[in-house]
Design a protein around this ligand. Structure first.
Ligand SMILES: Cc1cc2nc3c(=O)[nH]c(=O)nc-3n(C[C@H](O)[C@H](O)[C@H](O)COP(=O)(O)OP(=O)(O)OC[C@H]3O[C@@H](n4cnc5c(N)ncnc54)[C@H](O)[C@@H]3O)c2cc1C
Length: 469
């Protein structure tokens, strides 16, 4: 496989590291995990913490963190903004339990990093959910209203002036703060998890893509150079799940794209964005942005490229046209930083599920093959939860979260390809046209608006974002 274009994060975290060996010949493990991102690594670590005697091996097609885990925005978010969907899936009690668990996972990640000396630059500055156009105003109201009716208050309502002050730009018209939100350096986090997994005895094979999964018992994960036989297999392959026949209708692979500035700590000081908040607007193709420890801004936009099945070409690593569009978003939201250059750009895959919430379960009903996918652009925090769910499922313990509604019970499916690919392109075109007009203060065209309403939920809930002005 040709060396893909790397993110700023992986450039910083991987420099000088020698990849782990490829799988050559035969190996055997109690548990084979396919995918060395956050989900695969958390599953491995939590299994080992549960029972050090379980023999775990990871097979990764690239290097650990080569996928979304080494490319993301580093927002560590709870599921409170998605409380409406959670309640639909799991009922009121179950929904609150899942949202609380997702919030607790944020603190757990910070503590884990501290305990294991992972310098992932964890900073809990809160998540600022904002409106940057008139149409986006009050996008959070349905989530806040539902929380109030459930007797919980995860969000703080801020004055418009406070929102603009914290965001460091008057383009932010209003918003709410979710104080549990944090940021990390995605590359240091994923490579740190890898180090801990190895120290617990997990064997890791890099540059070893699974090319075939023999679903019989024991299962066999075949790579070009070898075969890993295991009693249990966990598929933690994110957007590549769209290429697994049993999951094809549940996952669509789309891109998210990011740019970053050079370190500009003085300018951040000048505009007042010093609290470490991670921020998003309320577009469907959401803009998300945060500062870094060395004073950069990393700025992203979700949902542009769409893959046919799991065929993600080089444009899922980097795409000049989309990078230019993301830069345009940055320029619009931060006119006061118009002279600041862009030094890095990259892209990555998102595993969009029908509801925007991940799904876990037994592949095709097989007890010994498990999967987790569908984080839909919000996986940095939730992968810790997902790892717990999968580790519990591996050992057959359904007393905790593994008994929740996200396991083997997830509703909804996408049409098969190529219908969905064509449909998704139409929806994306509609969304882009609608939001470009709204950013200029113009009303969306009727066709664009109708198409945009067909888009599935993403990083922030659709109902909120699709609200009419
Ligand atoms: C640009 C971008 C920005 C994002 N921003 C945020 C954010 O700010 N906050 C947030 O919460 N989430 C964000 N996300 C989403 C988040 O990164 C993911 O939800 C999370 O990393 C998922 O982890 P994972 O382990 O499931 O997937 P991955 O990290 O993608 O891991 C899956 C691994 O499986 C490997 N693999 C695939 N197929 C095979 C195979 N056949 N054989 C072997 N290995 C295979 C891949 O190479 C990959 O390393 C973003 C994603 C992107 C792309």
């Amino acid at each position: 496989m040709a060396e893909p274009h790397r993110s700023l994060w992986l450039d910083q975290a991987f420099t000088g590291a020698t990849p782990m060996p490829e799988l050559r010949g035969g190996d055997r493990a109690d548990v084979a995990i396919v995918g060395g991102g956050y989900l695969g690594l958390w599953t491995a670590i939590l299994l080992k913490e549960r029972d050090p005697a379980i023999d775990v091996a990871i097979v990764e097609r690239d290097v650990c963190g080569g996928g979304a885990s080494g490319r993301n925005g580093g927002f560590v978010l709870s599921w409170w903004p998605k409380i409406g969907t959670l309640v639909k899936l799991a009922g009121e009690e179950g929904g609150i339990e899942l949202a609380r668990a997702s919030e607790a996972a944020i603190g757990e990640i910070g503590e884990f990093c501290e305990r294991h000396r992972i310098d992932a630059q964890f900073r809990q500055g809160g998540y600022l959910w904002t409106a940057a156009t008139d149409v986006q105003r009050g996008s959070w109201a349905p989530a806040l209203d539902l929380c109030a009716s459930l007797g919980v208050r995860p969000f703080e309502e801020l004055s418009p002036a406070e929102v603009a002050r914290r965001a460091g730009s008057p383009v932010h018209l209003e918003g709410v703060l979710e104080p549990s939100g944090a940021t990390v350096h995605p590359g240091y986090l994923v490579r740190g998890l890898m180090r801990v997994a190895r120290s617990l005895g997990v064997r890791i094979y890099e540059n070893s893509p699974m090319v075939e999964l023999d679903r019989r018992r024991p299962a066999v994960v075949r790579t070009p150079g070898g075969a890993l036989t295991a009693d249990r297999v966990v598929l933690a392959i994110n957007a590549h799940s769209a290429g697994i026949r049993e999951l094809h209708r549940r996952i669509v692979a789309i891109s998210s794209d990011m740019v970053a500035t050079p370190p500009i700590p003085d300018r951040l000081e000048e505009i007042g964005w010093t609290g470490g908040e991670c921020i998003s607007d309320s577009q469907l193709q959401v803009h998300y942005y945060r500062t870094t420890q060395d004073g950069r801004i990393a700025f992203g936009k979700g949902g542009w490229g769409i893959a046919l099945g799991a065929r993600m070409g080089a444009s899922f690593d980097r795409d000049a046209r989309r990078a230019a569009d993301v830069t345009l978003g940055f320029r619009r939201l931060y006119p006061n930083l118009a002279d600041v250059p862009i030094t890095h750009d990259w892209s990555g895959p998102i595993d969009r599920s029908p509801t925007g919430i991940p799904l876990f379960g037994n592949l095709g009903g097989r007890e010994h093959i498990l999967y987790g996918a569908g984080f839909s652009g919000n996986g940095v925090g939730p992968c810790r939860l997902g790892g717990r769910i999968l580790a519990d499922l591996v050992v057959g313990d359904r007393s905790g979260l593994a008994g929740c509604a996200l396991v083997n019970g997830h509703p909804g499916s996408f049409p098969p390809d190529p219908v969905r690919w064509i449909g998704a392109h139409a929806v994306r075109t509609g969304v882009a046209a609608k939001e470009a007009r709204e950013a200029e203060g113009r009303a969306p065209g009727r066709i664009a608006d109708a198409l945009a309403r067909l888009a599935p939920a993403g990083m922030i809930p659709k109902k909120a974002k699709a609200k009419k002005g």
